[in-house]
Design a protein around this ligand. Structure first.
Ligand code: NAD
Length: 365
């Protein structure tokens, strides 16, 4: 396990079970050199415990990179709660999770993610102050949508040399909390929409309100368009889907769009420009972080809008260096983090302090 943590650069892993509520949770803290780890709490059914652990490790690392490039004072962390197979008391479960978060003393700040909502975080908030997204008004999704919109504008200006989105053809996969407000923004900017969702009511709404053309969910990635916008689940860019893509740009909110790092090179080889997911979808993190830190709305707006500028620079550098934006983004984030290494008191000491806590009870770094 320590080899896995060392390879991924993780600081600490916390395993916790609460017999009374049935809670089984893992919190992965990847890196806190730039601030406390902030990341959502997933509540989904995993095939097994290893899959849950892998998710926590992978997603927490992604949060560190995201926070660095969004320039917010946070590190990367993620929580996963294994969904019980039998009946359970949801409120008791999230209360127990809140106590777990509190036991970390602020090193990890929680938020919503797949399978959790603002109601769950409101329960968590009764047990710890280290939580965000605790009410509908604090849902980060519209901010994620704004950041993705700015990212699409940047990609279109750099790669298609277009000054605006008028007449742009866009295929959106997933019309949920992020996909729908993004579709509305794109429609308002004059783009022509192709949309797919496994929830047919959401598609019907987009057809009616935004004049969108429906596409079958299995084929949306193969729609001929300027920009493919994944806003559903992860792993959509894989060896099976990449050869079928018929777009110039991929730019969407979904986390972990690439099945693996080689897929970024496959896209590059096909001449398809990819906006790294953790850069373009950082609007929600910016909102959660700055709101948690008591910063004004104007600063949140300003930083979210700046995602466009960050991506513009990234795309231009990637074009000039003939490298994939994905590889370049990771390199840029690492450079910033390594700058922080200088400030560490003693790297060996920090490594020794990494403690894996298994079983129930308090969690230590
Ligand atoms: P959501 O659950 O509200 O929406 C996802 C939508 O995708 C749903 O409407 C669902 O029916 C649809 N969908 C699922 N499988 C599909 C398929 N095979 N084909 C077509 N549609 C499918 O989630 P969300 O909050 O909108 O997030 C969307 C993505 O963006 C997720 O990957 C999430 O991790 C990521 N993300 C979200 C935020 C945020 O602020 N909400 C921030 C960063 C990243």
């Amino acid at each position: 396990m320590f080899d896995t943590m060392r390879a991924g650069g993780h600081e600490s892993l916390h395993f916790h079970r609460d017999p009374a509520s049935g809670l089984q949770a893992i919190i992965a803290i990847h890196d806190t050199r730039r601030g406390p780890a902030l990341g959502g709490c997933r509540f989904i059914t995993y095939p097994d415990e290893n899959a849950a652990l892998d998710d926590a490790l992978r997603l927490s690392r992604g949060m560190t990179l995201k926070a660095v490039l969004a320039d917010v004072p946070q590190g990367g962390g993620k929580a996963v709660i294994l969904k019980p197979s039998g009946p359970f008391d949801r409120e008791a479960l999230f209360a127990a999770f809140g106590r777990l978060v509190d036991s970390l003393g602020g090193r990890y700040i929680s938020a919503i993610d797949s399978g959790t909502g603002t109601g769950d975080m409101a329960v968590v908030a009764r047990h710890t102050r280290h939580v965000t997204s605790v009410s509908e008004q604090l849902d980060p999704s519209p901010w994620t949508a704004l950041g993705v919109f700015r990212g699409i504008e940047a990609a279109v200006s750099v790669f298609l040399k277009r000054a605006d989105l008028h007449g742009l053809t866009v295929a959106i996969q997933g019309l949920g909390h992020v996909g729908y407000p993004l579709a509305r923004r794109l429609h308002d900017a004059g783009a022509r929409l192709f949309v797919a969702d496994i929830d047919s009511a959401r598609v019907a709404r987009a057809v009616q309100e935004l004049g969108a053309t429906p596409v079958v969910p299995e084929q949306v990635h193969a729609t001929a368009c300027d920009v493919f916008v994944p806003c559903g689940l992860g792993n959509i860019l894989n060896p099976q889907t990449i050869p079928a893509l018929a777009c110039r740009i991929v730019a969407g909110s979904a986390n972990n769009q690439l099945a693996d790092a080689d897929c970024a090179r496959q896209l590059q080889a096909r001449g398809i420009h990819y906006a790294p997911d953790y850069v373009i979808n950082a609007g929600g993190l910016i909102f959660a972080s700055l709101q948690y830190n008591g910063r004004p709305q104007s600063e949140i707006e300003d930083k979210t809008n700046r995602i466009g500028e960050t991506l513009r620079r990234l795309f231009q550098r990637a074009l000039a260096g003939q490298v994939s934006p994905h590889d370049l983004a990771e390199q840029m984030a690492r450079e910033v983090l390594e700058g922080h290494d200088q400030a560490l008191p003693d790297a060996a000491e920090a490594e020794q302090a990494q403690t894996l806590v298994a079983g129930s009870g308090a969690c230590y770094r």
